[in-house]
Design a protein around this ligand. Structure first.
Ligand code: PXP
Length: 240
């Protein structure tokens, strides 16, 4: 059955905007699980822009579903993952200036190093997922590293303008998914998925998990607004 990994990074983005303690992504994870999340995803960035080291430590203790740690394939992050033992790791490219992860990793850039990272993590029973574009060569390279999973980057599909471009991108995702499965990989997908574009991706045969963040946090802010304002009015009357 297709599962949903809820990426809670942007609860931490709101907290870090004020360097305060609210909203706590740990509380967001509990509520996401109550809502039916099958997994919790967080990206511990090198620049610690949103999720902090403390968050991943507490989440490791409190998440009742599974914890997917997104991180760059660097020595620092591998050491953190080996210590934390998330349920799986998704390796993503990272540039300090980017607003968000901008595309899949280029595995062809450094296969010996990437294979070593997979060996280190999977040797410690932490399955590895490569975040890559639905590109035949990248999928083959991911299989060559012996990683158990890939996460197909759905950003180009999400950004495609017009029905023709969008169905071309969707076709690429379908082909990529089928190819990965034929090579023994398990397949997740994510990035840029919304309430409006998720369904065709959810229908791709063999897809296991969708990792979705921004659109869920955005909706949570809006659907929670009325109640939050009502509760502030009560607080102003000393009733909260
Ligand atoms: N998957 C990966 C690898 C990501 O880097 C992100 C964004 O952090 C997501 C999924 C979730 O993307 P979005 O926030 O656009 O749903």
């Amino acid at each position: 059955m297709l599962t949903l990994g809820v990426n809670i990074d942007h609860t931490a983005t709101i907290r870090q905007a004020r360097r305060t303690v609210e909203p706590d992504p740990v509380a967001a994870a509990v509520l996401a699980e109550l809502g039916g999340a099958d997994g919790i995803t967080v990206h511990l960035r090198e620049d610690r822009r949103h999720i902090q080291d403390r968050d991943v430590q507490v989440l490791r203790e409190t998440v009742r579903t599974h914890l997917n740690l997104e991180m760059a394939p660097t020595e620092e992050m591998v050491a953190i993952a080996l210590n934390l033992k998330p349920d799986y790791v998704t390796l993503v490219p990272e540039r300090r200036e980017e607003v968000t992860t901008e595309g899949g990793l280029n595995l062809l850039g450094d296969m010996p190093r990437y294979s070593r990272i997979v060996e280190q993590l999977q040797g410690a029973n932490i399955p590895v997922s490569w975040f890559i574009d639905p590109d035949g060569e990248q999928i083959e390279a991911a299989a060559d590293t012996q990683a158990q999973f890939i996460e197909l980057h759905t950003g180009k599909y999400a950004d495609a303008e017009g029905e023709t471009r969008r169905s071309q991108e969707l076709e690429g995702l379908k082909k990529g998914c089928a190819k990965a499965i034929s090579l023994g990989l398990r397949v997740n997908a994510g990035h840029g998925l919304t309430y409006w574009n998720v369904y065709p991706v959810a229908c791709i045969p063999g897809m296991e998990e969708l990792n979705i963040g921004h659109t869920i946090i955005s909706r949570a802010v809006l659907v929670g607004m009325e109640r939050a304002v009502r509760e502030m009015k009560l607080a102003m009357q000393g009733k909260v």
